[in-house]
Design a binder for this molecule. Structure first.
Ligand code: HAM
Length: 422
């Protein structure tokens, strides 16, 4: 009886081949753009204390309510596979006393995240994000820079049909009064709302703007808008962000109904969408979170950042996928007599070639010599070395020319020929 074939869990996938190459190209672009703007790489653990996300992302959000992979470890602690990167970065900022460094502290990451969502194209249970967070300043120039960097990254990666939606959620104090007004509006037309939205009037009324339920959409058309009720200070901040984006020629659309699925946002929020994506149109998004560090036990520290989904970037465009680099040398083993001698010499040659900085591979699948030369071709090798019990023959894979030489001079000769070719 045959065993059932093992498969990756639903909503997860393997990364290999062309796709792995494309991802490396995205990482290289992100690194070049972000490091040139002063962002340092950070990697946080895959799992954190559950409380970190409950406190920051928010108990009433979908992420915390139903999408977290939470488990209890051997000592009874509740841990959660990270569903997002901002809270862990803020935790690390506090833990490492980064507020003592010159501000702002700018950090970027490219990591995998976990959400128990309904899996479909562009929406997975383990997915990858590239993200950037800048902590320690509330200067609107930092907001504009952050948005501009994501705009540039997505543009350079070939994301098509991009649209940037921008809004401001103001400060939590101002939002308090607005929430009450919105709740009253929702309650006055409760019967028209979806069950989901009705159940969240108290805990998370703003998410009603995200609903696609026709009754709810109609109610939200008449809803009061937060953007019209910002304090003078918040409005001035938002106006400066806009003016700087205009100066940087980043096109955007003001969308007063933009709310994000995480509770920590204050003031600026934004989202890039691509019509090339279909239902899951969000390529990347973010915003300000001026209260988050303090909420996690740190000093008062404003912050702004974003994250973009790697799989969605790949779906929205065609990032350049460089071909894997061709080999300089393929080492063939031609064993005629006693098993082993040619192999040992070939293996030594392989390492000498690599030590000299060459891209080299050796036959390790037991092919006959003709099969080995075919494999050298398939791997794009410029030269092959055929090592037998006594001598080594260097073969030019382009013109087929061959010359025999002592194994001690092969690498030297190869380097000389490659230099003349370049
Ligand atoms: P988010 O909007 O939840 O924000 O996620 C950011 C991006 O991650 C989305 O725009 C999308 O491209 C991708 N993404 C989210 N969920 C999935 C999924 N299930 N499958 C595939 N891709 C997905 C955050 O995570 C915030 N931490 C962003 C941020 C950083 N805000 C401030 N700083």
């Amino acid at each position: 009886m045959s065993e059932a074939q093992a498969k990756a869990p639903r909503g997860t996938f393997d990364v290999l081949g062309q796709e792995a190459q494309a991802r490396m190209a995205i990482e290289a672009r992100a690194r070049a753009i972000l490091e040139a703007a002063g962002y340092e790489r950070i990697e946080t653990p895959c799992f954190e204390a559950t409380e970190l996300f409950a406190r920051s992302v928010g108990e009433a959000t979908d992420i915390v309510k139903k999408e977290m992979y939470t488990f209890t470890d051997g000592s009874g602690r509740s841990l959660t596979l990270r569903p997002e990167g901002t809270a862990p970065v803020c935790r690390a900022y506090v833990e490492h006393g980064m507020h003592k460094r010159p501000q702002p502290v700018k950090l970027w990451y490219l990591s995998s995240f976990f959400r128990y969502e309904r899996a479909q194209k562009g929406r997975y249970r383990q997915f990858w994000q590239v993200g950037a967070e800048a902590l320690g300043s509330d200067d609107p120039a930092l907001d504009a820079e952050s948005i501009q960097l994501l705009h540039r990254l997505l543009g350079e990666l070939g994301a098509r049909d991009l649209k940037l939606r921008l809004s401001s959620l103001g400060s939590p104090e101002a939002r308090g009064a607005y929430r009450e007004e919105l709740k009253a509006h929702l309650k006055s037309r409760e019967g028209e709302l979806s069950e989901d939205v009705r159940g969240r009037i108290e805990a998370n009324p703003l998410r009603a703007f995200d609903s696609e339920h026709p009754g709810t959409v109609a109610v939200m058309k008449d809803a009061p808008l937060l953007l019209g009720q910002l304090t003078a200070e918040d409005l001035a901040h938002f106006d400066q962000v806009r003016a700087l984006l205009d100066a940087a020629e980043v096109p955007y659309e003001i969308d007063p109904t933009l709310v994000r699925g995480l509770d920590y946002y204050t003031r600026t929020v934004f989202e890039f969408t691509s019509t090339a994506l279909g239902a899951q149109s969000g390529v990347g998004g973010g915003g300000r979170y001026d209260g988050l560090v303090q909420q996690l036990g740190g000093p008062r520290t404003p912050g702004i950042g974003w994250a973009a989904g790697i799989e969605r970037i790949l779906l929205a465009g065609s990032p350049p996928a460089p071909a894997p680099p061709a080999l300089d040398l393929y080492v063939c083993v031609h064993e005629e007599g006693e098993e082993g001698d040619a192999r040992r010499r070939a293996f030594a040659l392989l390492w000498q070639a690599r030590a000299a900085g060459l891209r080299a591979e050796m036959e390790m699948a037991g092919r006959a010599l003709s099969g080995q030369l075919k494999q050298a071709n398939r791997r794009g090798a410029r030269f092959a070395a055929i090592v037998d019990g006594t001598a080594t023959t260097l073969r030019d894979m382009q013109d087929g020319g061959q010359s025999e030489m002592g194994s001690e001079v092969v690498v030297h000769e190869l380097l000389r020929r490659l230099r003349t070719l370049s």
